[in-house]
Design a protein around this ligand. Structure first.
Ligand SMILES: [Cu+2]
Length: 418
């Protein structure tokens, strides 16, 4: 079939433009709210906690995809909300190809890609479709309640399985589809994941490349104006038996970027001034989950973890590529509103499982003929609470010992299993 390059490129542009203007016009619509209660119920033990809950504000936006505009957690249904997130998003999706040095896509900030429509088959058995955003022609966000497997098991008190609320949407990035996923677990953890799927690049279907997700997390822990950024490292010598773990102010208390070191188990901790019941500071750890650390010519890829002071009044400080400039004034990141920046990467080496070659199906004129979809590859990280609770969540602890002997209280060995 003879095809002309111009009309097809034109068609792609028209489809992208129509997709944005018809389904997802400007400006960004208001956020939506969703809540979930993870009720412990009858099996909560002899001093049952009633359960935990999340309240989440989420939105969709041009050059943002699906992002969070707030998240609050309840350690117990009888307590007040504790603020965790002010704003969290993927700030950019950078996709440099290995050999065609001019093919370096900024899939979030360089295009006006819309969120994809989702239907019942997207939601599956555990999901529901969230209402369309104001002004949108179709639904774009799926909410799932998933079983997340065993969260604790011991010899005396049985076992408990965990649950999570998952919010996800697909960013329709031309031939690619990015699944943007935020999971809120019953123990206070938030999982951030991006999945790359869709179609390999027409014309370069077999060329390896990197999908770098550049995350921006404006965490507001309890009192978001008074948070500290800490650096956690482990060190151990193979010539001795001792090992050390260090907690110190991130970059001596100043803005900056650091390298993730697999031998040091590098982590960034955000600490609030609020204490838990045992007198420890309520904190969250950014826990990297990595296959590797991508490094490219671009300076914003030269570090894996960055911390800055939040400046919502400066729009240029929302851009990940500006990070080297943002940290150049070395503002203090203690007792202030801190922002965490993190890069997670999927190294995509095309396989036959991505689709079948040498077919007549061509997306563009210079397409190398392909049929099928690239299986999803995930990257991301977790934000995990530290000393938010003062005990294991959902464990069936015995009641506190009464002041006077109480014959009605069962002995420890009689504590019922959950
Ligand atoms: Cu890819």
């Amino acid at each position: 079939m003879v095809q002309s390059r111009f009309p097809l490129i034109f068609l792609v542009l028209v489809l992208v433009t129509v997709g944005v203007s018809k389904a997802q016009g400007l400006p960004d619509p208001p956020s939506q709210e969703t809540t979930v209660e993870f009720v412990v119920g009858e099996s909560g033990g002899v001093t049952p906690r009633r359960g935990t809950a999340w309240k989440v504000h989420y939105a969709r936006g041009l050059h943002k995809g699906l992002y969070l505009t707030g998240a609050w957690f309840k350690r117990d249904l009888s307590e007040e909300w504790i603020k965790v997130i002010h704003d969290a998003r993927i700030a950019d999706l950078f996709v440099p190809y290995h050999h065609t040095s001019d093919t370096r896509f900024f899939d979030l900030t360089g295009f006006s890609f819309p969120l994809a429509e989702v239907k019942a088959e997207d939601a599956g058995a555990s999901g529901t479709l969230m209402p369309a955003f104001q002004g949108d022609a179709y639904q774009t966000v799926v909410r799932e309640i998933r079983d997340r497997g065993v969260v604790w098991k011991d010899y005396a008190n049985g076992v408990r399985r965990g649950r999570e609320m998952v919010l996800w949407a697909g960013l329709e990035a031309g031939n690619y589809m990015y699944l943007m996923q935020y999971s809120f677990q019953d123990d206070g953890t938030i999982s951030f994941r991006v999945g790359a799927t869709g179609q390999n690049l027409p014309g370069s279907r077999k060329e390896a490349h990197m999908h770098d997700a550049h995350w921006r997390i404006d965490i507001d822990l309890v009192d978001g104006k008074k948070n500290n950024a800490m650096l956690m490292t482990h060190s151990e010598s193979i010539t001795g038996l001792a090992a050390d773990d260090t907690e110190e102010p991130f970059n001596s208390g100043l803005e900056g970027g650091i390298e993730w070191d697999p031998k040091r188990f590098t982590m960034v901790r955000v600490q609030s001034e609020k204490l838990n019941a045992s007198g420890k500071k309520i904190s969250y750890d950014l826990m990297p989950i990595r296959q590797g650390s991508s490094r490219h010519k671009e300076a914003f890829t030269h570090h894996d973890l960055w911390v800055t002071k939040s400046h919502p009044e400066r729009p240029m400080e929302m851009l990940f590529a500006n990070l080297p400039a943002i940290v150049s004034d070395h503002e203090v990141v203690e007792q202030t509103d801190v922002v965490l920046w993190y890069t997670s990467s999927s190294h995509h080496e095309p396989r036959d499982e991505d689709g079948k070659g040498n077919t007549t199906r061509r997306m563009w004129y210079f397409d190398d003929g392909w049929e099928g979809s690239a299986l999803v590859m995930w990257s991301g990280f977790d934000l995990r609470p530290r000393n938010l609770f003062d005990r294991t969540p959902f464990y069936p602890y015995a009641p506190a010992a009464p002041v006077r002997p109480d014959r009605t209280r069962p002995a420890d060995h009689e504590v019922p299993t959950p």
